[in-house]
Design a protein around this ligand. Structure first.
Ligand code: MN3
Length: 199
């Protein structure tokens, strides 16, 4: 069965007050994400990956060091990444649930330390990619960054929170100011209930 573009879990203008404009979501979801889905369907047709789950395709096609050459991986991982990303944001950010705050504090020191590390990972990702809060197999939490479409599935980790730091994610609203985009994301856009539900 072909992959389909999931609807946003909110209206296109629902995050505008929080700092992500309707125009950004129209381009990012309706055009960029859709292009990954369309390309993925085109590339998997007639291959061993046709009919496989998205997670299986991402994990099965990931080859360290050869990622840029693998079109199926790139489009599958970006479809997965964006599908998570929309769910990880909400019009009302809300408070960090106690269970999540405890897990963050145990592994990363404090919520402020986590936010600092997460922002640094996003700012420090040279070129396109993502910053993540992940849960490792041993239960510990860790902040990571990945290039292009590479994601925590590739390393057997659970993605709790991810932020897109490709320029198309922030250039309309923040121009070249990636640090301001990340600061705003952490303070106004994260759906902490969704993040906690992934623990
Ligand atoms: Mn993107």
């Amino acid at each position: 069965m072909a992959f389909t573009l999931p609807d946003l879990p909110y209206a296109h203008d629902a995050l505008a007050e929080g700092g992500m404009s309707k125009e950004t979501l129209e381009y990012h979801h309706d055009k960029h994400h859709k292009a990954y889905v369309d390309k993925l369907n085109e590339l998997v047709a007639g291959t061993e990956w046709e009919g496989k789950s998205l997670e299986d395709i991402v994990k099965g096609t990931y080859q360290k060091g050869a990622v840029a050459q693998n079109g199926i991986f790139n489009n599958a991982s970006q479809h997965w990444n964006h599908s998570q990303f929309w769910e990880m944001m909400a019009p009302k950010s809300g408070a960090i649930p106690g269970e999540l705050e405890k897990a963050i504090t145990e592994s990363l020191g404090s919520v402020d330390d986590f936010k600092k590390k997460f922002s640094e990972a996003g700012v420090g990702q040279f070129g396109s990619g993502w910053a993540w809060l992940v849960k490792n197999a041993d239960g510990s939490l860790e902040v990571t960054k990945t290039e292009n479409g590479v994601n925590p599935l590739c390393f057997g980790q659970t993605a709790l929170l991810g932020v897109d730091v490709w320029e198309h994610s922030y250039y309309i609203d923040f121009r070249n100011a990636r640090p301001k985009y990340l600061e705003n994301f952490l303070n106004n856009l994260v759906n902490w209930e969704n993040v906690a539900s992934r623990l």
